[in-house]
Design a protein around this ligand. Structure first.
Ligand SMILES: NC(=O)c1ccc[n+]([C@@H]2O[C@H](COP(=O)([O-])OP(=O)(O)OC[C@H]3O[C@@H](n4cnc5c(N)ncnc54)[C@H](OP(=O)(O)O)[C@@H]3O)[C@@H](O)[C@H]2O)c1
Length: 267
């Protein structure tokens, strides 16, 4: 793609989204940044410009279809559309099955699943017309099993993985590639709440993002890293029978026994 490749990154105010913006800006790309915190978006836009890219700030929530439509309309007016859509905005609220909260599930799905779906709907028609484009959804290795105290997060990422897979099949042969990204633990605002020793193979943000972008560059169907945690989650734990996985998972997350559990470890 040309040096003026146009990208939208949802959730670009911190963590992976912010670092992706900076790394892609070094390629001289045009980057539309979305998020709810305008002050942070301005900081990231400055970092993008300093790194040699062009930035477009789009303030708002991915959970509002009207905001997503308006954001894409602005990108279209400014740059004519996007070549890459990186659907990265995500949340992971603390929760415990003993205090099951359907509202927390809805909130998490609104951002992690519907937030991606609204953007997919927005970008697909132009990408199909152009016969090229990349849609990359940032899921998680947490998608491969229902992790304790992370029901809505694991379920939302599993839903996203499945949604992206179906979409990838439907778009085969159109020139539009769909990439599913499943990171392990990477330093960010989301993981800063976790206990570091519980985050196996924790990666620095720039390292995680380099791996992530390398996978998208290669148009891999699925990008998962680091390999140690991928092997464990995708190939071992994912295939364990429930009678082994469930008691093991409960034992590993010892905080499960406390009545008011603190934030769980999630990736
Ligand atoms: N870090 C990891 O270890 C890890 C591992 C696997 C997967 N992931 C996934 O990677 C993605 C990025 O997470 P992160 O680790 O970089 O966490 P982070 O630093 O907390 O970043 C999350 C980003 O999502 C944005 N966001 C949240 N809700 C939004 C909404 N309703 N509308 C628009 N933007 C919203 C936030 O921006 P505002 O608050 O400004 O809106 C922020 O920019 C998430 O999808 C996460 O699930 C992370």
């Amino acid at each position: 793609m040309s040096e003026k490749t146009r990208v939208v990154i949802t959730g670009a105010t911190s963590g992976l989204g912010k670092e992706m913006a900076v790394q892609l800006a070094r390629r001289g790309w045009r980057i539309a940044l979305t998020g709810r915190r305008e002050d942070k978006l301005k900081e990231v836009a400055k970092a993008v410009q300093d790194a040699g890219g062009e930035a477009l700030i789009l303030v708002g929530s991915v959970t509002e279809p009207a905001a997503v439509k308006a954001h894409y309309a602005t990108i279209r007016e400014t740059w004519g559309g996007v070549d890459w859509a990186i659907l990265n905005a995500g949340i992971g609220d603390s929760e415990h099955g003993r205090r099951f909260n359907a509202e927390a599930v809805r909130r998490t799905f609104d951002t992690n699943v519907f937030g991606a779906a609204y953007w997919i709907e927005a970008v697909i028609p132009d990408m199909l017309r152009a016969k090229r484009g990349v849609i990359a959804g940032i899921a998680s290795l947490a998608a491969y099993r229902g992790l304790p105290q992370s029901g809505s997060y694991s379920a939302s990422k599993a839903a996203l993985v499945t949604l992206l897979e179906s979409t990838r099949i439907d778009l085969r042969g159109t020139g539009v590639d769909v990439v599913t990204v499943c990171p392990g633990f990477v330093k960010s605002e989301l993981t800063a709440r976790n206990n570091e020793k519980d985050m196996w193979f924790l990666l620095e943000t720039d390292d995680g993002v380099r791996r992530l972008l390398a996978g998208i560059d290669r148009r891999k169907r699925e990008v998962h890293f680091p390999w140690q945690l991928s092997l464990l989650m995708k190939y071992v734990i994912h295939n364990l029978p429930g009678c082994i996985y469930e008691p093991l998972a409960k034992r590993l997350i010892k905080r499960d026994k406390r009545p008011a559990a603190p934030a769980p470890t999630r990736a």
